[in-house]
Design a protein around this ligand. Structure first.
Ligand code: GLT
Ligand code: MN
Ligand code: MN
Length: 392
């Protein structure tokens, strides 16, 4: 067994919709057979994944009777148990059925909003039944083309009402579940409400039970918005709001590609893993590491398992590279020396008359500081050399 082979302690998970993606795209139909959820669980277990995540309708078809549902769920739970896996996250499909064509929680029609909330209540029951501790909300249809159709102010209010309602449901049922909100700037809608993780973070602070709501940033979605995933995730971690993460890869300026983790922007992936693992000294993220990606359309089922294995191996290789980088004596030297610690402590302690006076009295030479090189060229080159395997 190689050091980069996945083990349960890594907490790697995949959605049924990821390894089960048959390769359909807007220009062509499926290129792979649709596998049964039980086959997908078995395949994931064979690859060494720890968890399997799902939408309600990835498992239970829309409109199934209660008996059908119970039989499907019982069979699936038995497979998960037999394979030694778990279902760390469940979510609700609020985007496929035509009723959601103009949004779910933000639809103008109260009947659509009620239907969406009710569907989530059922999906939360399923999440509890499967033992999930996180419930993701991805509002794929919460947006517009004809923007005159609704005020964005009203859309935000309706979104808040739905989430407050569902937080109330979870509390009433005493489910041990938290919510994670996933942003995306566009696709399938022309413009999505709450387009970035930053928008979500502020919105969460306006909710009734904000302590049970965090974010689920996705590499592809932040990249589509032209933003730094690492910075967004860092802000979420600092706020104690990184409840889940969707790992994949994406080229800038493209449709949502959901590529194999680390297959594009390797340095972005490296910096993300470094942050999540805390190799630079920050508190690490301890939740599950979910891959929301799918195999190229060129692949058959074996290629899908190659893809899944690749996501996990690349994560572990980057993790080893991150720790090697942060342990490198030259890196420690370059990042060491935090400057004037008295000023640092005064700023951290906050305003007081005394500290205000101390700041005014401190000897600070702006020209000397401005003239000094920071040696980031060297730092970045060392990082590249670690990444390319030429060092450490
Ligand atoms: C869909 C979307 C993803 C979301 C999933 C959860 S479904 O595949 O593209 O980004 O995370 O609803
Ligand atoms: Mn996602
Ligand atoms: Mn995506």
């Amino acid at each position: 067994m190689s050091a980069f082979d996945p083990v349960a302690a890594d907490k790697f998970s995949f959605g049924l919709w990821t390894v089960g993606n048959p390769g359909r795209d807007p220009f062509g139909g499926p290129v792979r057979p649709t596998l049964d959820p039980v086959q997908l669980v078995e395949g994931l277990a064979a690859c060494g994944a720890w968890g399997v995540n799902l939408h309600d309708n990835d498992l239970v078809p829309f409109g199934a009777s209660a008996t059908e549902r119970d039989n499907i769920v019982a069979r699936f739970k038995a497979a998960v148990k037999r394979c030694g896996m778990c279902v760390p996250m469940t979510t609700c499909n609020l985007f496929s059925h035509p009723i959601f064509k103009d949004g779910a929680f933000t639809s103008n029609d109260p009947a659509v909003r009620a239907f969406a909330v009710r569907k989530c209540m059922d999906a939360l029951d399923l999440a509890h039944d499967l033992g999930s501790s996180v419930f993701v909300f991805w509002g794929g249809r919460e947006g517009t083309e004809a923007d005159a159709c609704r005020s964005p102010i009203v859309a935000v209010r309706h979104m808040r009402e739905a989430l407050n309602f569902l937080c109330g449901y979870v509390k009433e049922r005493r489910y041990d579940i938290v919510f994670a909100l996933e942003a995306k700037p566009n696709e399938p809608r022309s413009d999505t409400y709450f387009p970035t993780t930053g928008h979500m973070l502020h919105f969460i602070s306006t909710l009734q039970h904000q302590e049970m709501v965090g974010v689920n940033p996705e590499v592809a979605h932040e990249t589509m918005a032209g933003l730094s995933m690492v910075h967004g995730v860092g802000q979420a971690m600092e706020a104690g709001k990184l409840f889940h993460i969707d790992l994949n890869a994406q080229k800038i300026g493209r449709y949502d590609q959901d590529l194999r983790f680390g297959s594009e922007d390797v340095r972005g992936a490296f910096l993300l893993v470094r942050l999540l693992e805390g190799s630079a000294g920050n508190a690490p993220y301890t939740g599950s590491l979910h891959f929301d990606a799918h195999a190229y359309r060129t692949e058959d089922q074996q290629g899908v398992w190659d893809f899944a294995t690749g996501c996990m191996r690349t994560y572990k290789i980057l993790k080893a590279r991150a720790f090697a980088f942060d342990a490198d004596p030259e890196v420690r030297d370059l990042l060491g020396g935090q400057g004037n610690t008295a000023l640092n402590d005064a700023l951290a302690a906050g305003w007081s008359l005394e500290r205000g006076a101390a700041l005014r009295a401190a000897v600070i030479d702006p020209d000397a500081i401005g003239a000094k090189g920071l040696r980031y060229e060297r730092l970045d080159q060392i990082m590249i050399e670690h990444l390319l395997g030429a060092r450490g």
